[in-house]
Write a protein that binds this ligand. Structure first.
Ligand SMILES: CC(C)(COP(=O)(O)OP(=O)(O)OC[C@H]1O[C@@H](n2cnc3c(N)ncnc32)[C@H](O)[C@@H]1OP(=O)(O)O)[C@@H](O)C(=O)NCCC(=O)NCCS
Length: 185
């Protein structure tokens, strides 16, 4: 079984970004991101409704990190504390050396290569520091932008589940993409 070591919180830097631990001071930024219907259109989980919910979410994400179940980084421009997006590993599966990656970004920053930059660093961390063997992403098949990100990064579509995801009265399809360490460039 893989020994997962996430302490102390691994702050990561890229050319333009800092990927950092979320704190209560970021609750307004997280509220803005996670209450935005446009950003959340294909994530299909309930929008958060208040700053208090954002605070609870940050606490939950930090508990997942403490319990080695996942890790969420807030994405900020270097030198700034404002969180413009998030990128995470969840469902860390130490037995199978696998985790799920997810990301979202404020629409004002789309198509500037921000997630590409963050994802490259997070995948490096996942494969080279955590020693994962594979990383998966679960997407709504209509999420062209996210599928574009995954394909650009060598993820391969492995499964398409029909109507397996219940969201607000509808059963949605989901697709599983994955990247093996050996295919990570
Ligand atoms: C998906 C998302 C994170 C992409 O972030 P981004 O910073 O705009 O992406 P990047 O600029 O780094 O793009 C990297 C590559 O992804 C692909 N891509 C990104 N947006 C795309 C789009 N709208 N259509 C097609 N391909 C797209 C392209 O291949 C792009 O490379 P290129 O610019 O050289 O062509 C962003 O659109 C987002 O936050 N969407 C809402 C949240 C979400 O759906 N998250 C994913 C849940 S599974």
């Amino acid at each position: 079984m893989l020994s997962i070591q996430l302490q102390p919180f691994p702050e990561l830097n890229t050319e333009r970004l800092t990927l950092k631990q979320l704190h209560n001071d970021h609750s307004n930024d997280i509220y803005i991101l996670r209450s935005d219907q446009y950003i959340m259109k294909y994530i299909n989980i309930p929008l958060i409704q208040s700053i208090e919910e954002a605070e609870s979410l940050i606490e939950k994400l930090n508990n997942q990190w403490r319990n080695k179940e996942g890790i969420t980084w807030g994405i900020s421009n270097k030198g700034e504390d404002k969180i413009i997006g998030t990128i995470l590993f969840k469902h860390i599966d130490a037995v199978n050396h696998r985790a799920e990656v997810g990301y979202l970004l404020s629409a004002a920053y789309w198509r500037k290569g921000i997630i590409q930059e963050a994802l490259t660093t997070v995948l490096q961390y996942g494969f080279n520091t955590l020693n994962l063997h594979s990383i998966e992403a679960i997407v709504n098949p209509e999420n062209i932008a996210s599928i574009g990100v995954l394909e650009k990064n060598n993820f391969i579509k492995e499964a398409h589940f029909k109507e397996n995801f219940y969201s607000e009265g509808d059963f949605l399809d989901s697709a599983v993409y994955s990247l093996l360490k050996s295919n990570f460039k």
